[in-house]
Design a binder for this molecule. Structure first.
Ligand code: UTP
Length: 503
């Protein structure tokens, strides 16, 4: 820990002396905690960070990308919908082979504060109201179990898919506690590595670090692109190397449909020799607010919807399809070699994005204030900003209804809520069950029409939930469900599957 004198001097030279303005009022414990916090701060980089934040907020990058934008070449885009059954099987086999050889890991981005959802605990602990009451973390843990089992069955292996979980100061302790209390959902704790990303100070529009309390700086995680620094800080790449993990599937905590270590995606990327890949979904409509995977002056990247003019977003190809339709869903493939390159050579070149936020603070008299309009700047890095460094990038288009339904907002918002997430999962499971030859009945014993598996609208899907421990992507259900009539609410868990296969 640095001494008060040292910190004082360095804050002065960074133009941030106000940080210690309430020092005389702090008690012994508060002083200790504050000194510890300040000692961990990058004091040398503080002036540059504050000046850059203020400058970026004052002159937002309005550069229009429309003159330089090009679609990703067709040959670099795979598609579940447009590929034949044989190719999909080949990719799946390749993916399962790599998994069976312990060559694949998954990495969860779980350091976000989930402000829009507005709960006090990490988003992964959220229960969207499924019949089983499973949380997002539990669903993901069970999918890891199942994919290991599928690979083992096919290859007679005993493989592990290690689970790397990036957290932040806000999410680490509750996430650790939650997994421990739930016995890691049956996973081996030594195969789960939780680590923390860095935090950076929020800054006022005139470049001053914001004090959240008299002895506390307003800190925020450095964005999901903080991953690359966190990989270095926590020796994650060394752990991957030790385990022989060559490929990493990186994903967001909030997508209830995420297929972790999806063998089809992994197999596709591996067989194309890609060092970096992204799953995309077709944009629903030209103005849909999602980032688009495209090229700018020949360099692959994600361009935010706000950076493209509406006329460009509406452009269509000869077949009538949107030219820029590859919506980014934060599902990425990286080789370990690529991540090593990023860590060693490109780390410092990652773009900084400016977010203007309402940051609670103490005023000059020490009174706490909850601002009603944005008063602070948070600088963030994004996980996809490494795409330009890739030498062999591929995109893989998947079916939105099968793979993407993020939980972003609290109930009552127009979309991406607990209800939409729950309905997407139930609708998918209804499709699996009816596709496997089952008939679903409602509470009154009436046969549910096919519309019962529609996720949106006034008709919620039937309450049919299939445990990931029974099926990962709908496989193996025919032998259990064909010709059966199922009363909903219906939960198919491992016990139920055993009973069904016995009768
Ligand atoms: P979002 O950008 O949706 O942010 O994160 P969020 O924190 O979940 O929610 P809001 O914006 O505060 O409402 C997308 C993914 O990136 C992770 C999140 O945990 C989520 O999985 N993330 C975000 C991080 O891991 N670190 C960060 O600093 C920010």
């Amino acid at each position: 820990m640095l001494s008060l004198e040292k910190i004082k001097r360095r804050l002065e030279s960074a133009g941030q002396s106000h940080i210690l303005q309430f020092w005389p009022e702090l008690c012994e414990d508060e002083r200790d905690a504050f000194l510890r916090e300040l000692s961990q701060l990058d004091l040398d980089g503080l002036r540059a960070h504050c000046e850059a934040a203020a400058l970026a907020a004052a002159s937002p990058d309005q550069a229009s990308v429309d003159q330089h934008i090009e679609p990703v070449p067709k040959e670099d885009i795979g598609s579940v919908r447009k590929s034949d059954k044989r190719s999909l099987e080949e990719w799946e086999n390749e993916g399962l082979l790599q998994i069976s050889k312990n060559g694949v890991g998954v990495l969860l981005l779980a350091g976000g504060q989930g402000t829009r959802l507005g709960v006090k605990y990490p988003k992964g602990m959220f229960d969207v109201g499924l019949p089983s009451s499973k949380t997002l973390y539990q669903i993901q843990a069970e999918r890891i179990h199942k994919i290991q089992e599928l690979a083992n069955k096919k290859h007679g292996s005993n493989c592990t898919v290690p689970w790397y979980i990036m957290t932040s100061e806000f999410t680490l302790a509750p996430t650790e506690k939650f997994f421990k209390e739930n016995n890691y959902f049956g996973l081996e704790p030594s195969n789960m590595l939780m680590f923390e990303q860095r935090m950076i100070p929020a800054v006022t529009f005139d470049g001053k670090v914001i004090l959240q309390g008299k002895g506390k700086i307003a800190m925020a995680p450095d964005g999901n692109g903080g991953l690359y620094q966190a990989l270095v800080d926590n020796n994650v790449l060394q752990d991957m190397e030790k385990r022989g993990v060559e490929y990493l599937h990186v994903y967001c905590v909030d997508n209830i449909l995420v297929k972790m270590a999806d063998p089809v995606f992994i197999g596709f990327c591996v067989s194309k020799g890609a060092d970096c890949g992204a799953k995309v979904v077709e944009k629903a409509y030209p103005a849909e607010p999602v980032g688009v995977v495209c090229r700018l002056q020949g360099v692959t990247q994600v361009v935010e919807y706000s950076e493209i003019q509406p006329e460009t977003a509406q452009l269509r190809g000869p077949g009538g399809e949107l030219l820029y339709s590859q919506g980014n869903i934060c599902n990425h493939f990286f080789t370990r070699a690529f991540l090593q390159d990023v860590a060693q050579k490109f780390q410092g070149q990652l773009k900084q994005h400016v977010a203007l936020k309402k940051v609670p603070f103490v005023d000059t008299c020490g009174n706490p204030v909850k601002p009603t309009k944005p008063n602070g700047i948070k600088m963030e890095k994004f996980v996809f900003d490494v795409f330009p460094f890739s030498r062999s990038f591929v995109a893989f288009e998947v079916v939105r209804e099968d793979e993407f339904s993020p939980l972003k907002n609290a109930e009552g918002a127009a979309g991406d809520t607990p209800t939409t997430a729950r309905r997407s999962l139930l609708a998918l499971h209804c499709r699996w069950a009816t596709g496997a030859g089952a008939t679903l009945l409602d509470q009154h014993g009436n046969v549910l029409p096919p519309t019962a598996s529609q996720p949106a609208g006034d008709n919620p899907p039937a309450q049919c939930e299939i445990s990931p421990l029974v099926s990962y992507f709908g496989e193996g259900l025919e032998q259990l469900l064909k010709g059966r009539t199922l009363q909903t609410p219906f939960i198919l868990d491992e016990e139920g599957a055993k009973e069904l296969s016995a009768h």
